[in-house]
Design a protein around this ligand. Sequence first.
Ligand SMILES: C[S@@+](CC[C@H](N)C(=O)[O-])C[C@H]1O[C@@H](n2cnc3c(N)ncnc32)[C@H](O)[C@@H]1O
Length: 212
Amino acid sequence: METIKSIPNLKNLSTLLLENSTDQNKVESVIQEIYLYFHELTEMSNYEHEIKHLAAVPTAKGMALSLKHAADCFLDYKRTVKFLQGMVEAIKAKQEKYPDEKIQIFYAGCGPFAPFVTLVAPLFEPEEIQFSLLDINEGSIGLAKKLISTLKLSSYVQDFHLADAIIFKIPSPDSFHIVFSETLDAVLNRESYVPILWNMPRKQTQQVNAPT
Ligand SMILES: C[S@@+](CC[C@H](N)C(=O)[O-])C[C@H]1O[C@@H](n2cnc3c(N)ncnc32)[C@H](O)[C@@H]1O
């Protein structure tokens, strides 16, 4: 595998993905380039052949993808681009709706590459968005923390939680504008997307009209 010489310009690479989202060849080459960076920055080759990093982790209602397989979700090209577009659009929509607020995002099931932080954060300022990350897999959350720090994106992250998203009680749940999870291994059969989302908070907003 090639050796990388410097930290990638993720803002440029993410922008390339967003601007060329229908050009499959371009998408594949940019995603492969980023995967290679992340693979090396996390020293993934030290983990990916160990049985414990290839085995799924039991959760309260199913199984969580292993560290290695969670990392490889990144190479699901169409998925990665669609979720990137969705996250960026969701943030912009919330910024429009709450122009004076820092947009708080809870990301359940970040995996070792936390792609919807590492690809998204460089497109904004840390004063605009903040992430809280959670994963049940200790190895994955550890590598996500390491990667985010190496990429100098720690100022975008409020908290890292090692927990089962199905039962975890989120602190200050009303503070979150966006809750996000891509825990869809084997469609809805194995990972517990529905129970996870069911357990996630949603910002309660209410329009209050001034009395006339
Ligand atoms: C399909 S992978 C996606 C990884 C990454 N978010 C991505 O999009 O590339 C799902 C991740 O969610 C985690 N996960 C699955 N079920 C979980 C649960 N109940 N609680 C916490 N994390 C969970 C897995 O450990 C894995 O890292």
